[in-house]
Design a protein around this ligand. Structure first.
Ligand code: NAD
Length: 498
């Protein structure tokens, strides 16, 4: 362990966490109504990192009003000028990358190196949005007689953007890009558990964008999030979060008015390995597919249901066990750490609940199943990568999203059966197929009910390639040109030529 780098990071974190934490409303950094705050806790120490503002309904109203006031001028700002401001934000992210990654590592529990990767990824996604912005166009449609038609893409107005805890800075920065370049103004609700880097982002945004174009609120789902969703001046809502929250939000929005609600939700994703697959590469794919390194398995796209053909099952499990046991678990602030801890006590308890359920229902825990040994892990919410074999498709560890480092292995024999089993679930976010036979691969991919799929791959997203879910995993797509279109409404214009 490189103690000096760890000590430097701890010292810098103390300076950063000690700064005042404020909401961004109408271009001003401000406290919440009545000075209400809540504590954000570091999962690696169990200690309070900082007290952050708890935005109340009145704060949400102020933010929406500021966004509404800013809208007409922002809508009429040429797209190249909007893009130029977004590029300034990219430059500011790069300049502050180390501090942002440090805040995420401490607040979330993911390794600092992974969080530096998140800042880079946010910049790449924003860069894509900048490049794609002027490609969003209307059409010219031939008419009959002296009629001619064109379509225009127009912004909605105020957009409410709600994000989850697992990639705080990456989501906060990249998911405001598409609504903004399309001419909307934004109220961003940051994650309850990991508010620090998104609030820090507010201090950078303040000096780049006109007041009110972006407003940033920390708080909870019930008060802050729900007020935003129900606000009648918020025309468009986008959530990245759990299925339960997605259902709540669709219902709450509909009680007020008809809104465009896009949802990027949870997953319980299959990876199917055929007997002819390159076993060593597939073992690596199964390990990276679990995102142990990036987020301790707290990733929506993780391939958490591993379907192994019976002929390769035992060899595969043994190699995978050895592979995940080599992962270096440690303090998230240490640059040598490969896997940190889960985000909160609630998440930690949920993971242990499912470890218990797996054993109770008859699965075998071949590795992991609890904390790593050592005093350095005593205070933190660490969980070893855990593999269950002998899992039946109806076990709860095969059907429910755990959002932690728990992998369920299911044995298969028949090609038709395995596709049916993979699809027998409420989710449909991602799926992976590993085989050297392209015909088998396509046959399986064509029938798998998932919005993002890999052949001989796992985990990786690609900029410009749409990501989104089937079934309960969501509505709409992001990370491709579709995301930009989704922040516009389509107006048809009929022109009568004299
Ligand atoms: P969550 O659903 O608990 O919370 C997400 C956000 O919604 C938070 O900001 C929260 O405050 C807010 N919220 C909660 N209740 C609300 C309500 N009633 N009204 C308005 N807002 C409300 O999710 P989480 O625990 O932060 O994140 C984990 C979940 O997110 C997992 O299910 C994961 O699969 C999913 N996720 C999906 C994607 C994707 O791209 N599909 C990406 C990352 C995470």
């Amino acid at each position: 362990m490189s103690l000096s780098a760890l000590q430097r990071n701890q010292a810098r974190l103390e300076e950063l966490a000690g700064r005042p934490w404020k909401l961004l409303i109408g271009g001003e950094l401000t406290a919440a109504q009545g000075g209400k705050v809540y504590a954000t806790i570091s999962p690696s120490t169990g200690k309070t990192l900082a007290d952050v503002p708890f935005a109340q309904a009145t704060d949400v109203n102020s933010a929406v009003e500021a966004a509404e006031r800013a809208f007409p001028a922002w809508r009429d700002t040429p797209v190249v000028e909007r893009v130029a401001m977004l590029r300034k934000l990219i430059a500011a992210l790069k300049e502050n990358a180390y501090d942002l990654a440090l805040l995420d590592a401490a607040d979330l529990g993911s390794p600092i190196t992974a969080m530096q990767g998140d800042v880079r990824l946010a910049c790449i996604l924003l860069e894509y949005i900048c490049n794609a912005a002027s490609e969003v166009k209307g059409q010219s449609i031939p008419g009959v007689g002296n009629n001619w038609h064109i379509t225009r893409r127009e912004p909605y107005g105020v957009v409410g953007r709600i994000i989850p805890f697992n990639h705080p800075l990456m989501f906060a920065a990249s998911k405001i890009g598409a609504p903004l370049v399309m001419g909307n103004t934004v109220v961003l609700k940051v994650p309850d558990q990991t508010p620090l880097s998104p609030l820090y982002l507010g201090t950078l945004i303040k000096d780049i964008f006109p007041p009110g174009v972006i407003n940033i609120l920390s708080g909870d789902g019930q008060t802050t999030g729900d007020t935003l969703v129900r606000h009648p001046r918020v025309k468009r809502i986008a959530l990245t979060g759990s299925v339960e929250t997605g259902q709540l939000i669709q219902r709450s929005a509909a009680e007020v008015m008809i809104k465009h609600v896009s949802l990027e939700l949870g997953g319980k994703n299959p990876m199917i390995v055929f007997p002819d697959a390159d076993i060593d590469k597939a073992v690596e794919g199964a390990a990276t597919g679990m995102n142990f390194h990036w987020s301790q398995g707290q990733s929506c796209g993780s391939t958490t249901r591993l379907f192994l053909h019976k002929d390769i099952h035992d060899e595969f499990v043994e190699k995978l066990k050895q592979r995940v046991e080599r992962i270096r678990i440690g303090n998230p602030l240490d640059p040598e750490t490969e896997m940190g801890c889960v985000v909160s006590k609630a998440q930690y308890d949920k993971v242990h609940l499912y470890i218990g359920l797996g054993k109770e229902q008859g699965a075998q825990c071949v590795t992991g199943g609890g904390k790593p040994d050592g005093d350095q892990f005593a205070e933190g919410l660490y969980v070893r990568p855990t593999i269950f074999t002998g899992v039946s498709n109806d076990y709860r560890i095969a059907q429910e999203e755990i959002f932690g480092p728990i992998l369920s292995v299911l044995k298969w024999d028949d090609e038709e059966d395995v596709i049916r089993s993979a699809n027998r679930i409420e989710y449909g976010l991602t799926a992976a197929v590993w085989t050297r036979d392209i015909n088998k691969a396509f046959k399986a991919i064509n029938r798998l009910e998932a919005g993002f799929t890999w052949i001989n791959g796992s985990s990786t997203h690609f900029v410009g390639v749409p990501f989104g879910g089937y079934k309960n995993s969501g509505v709409d797509n992001e990370e491709g040109i579709e995301e930009l279109y989704s922040y516009t409404q389509l107006k048809a214009v009929n022109i009568v030529i004299a």
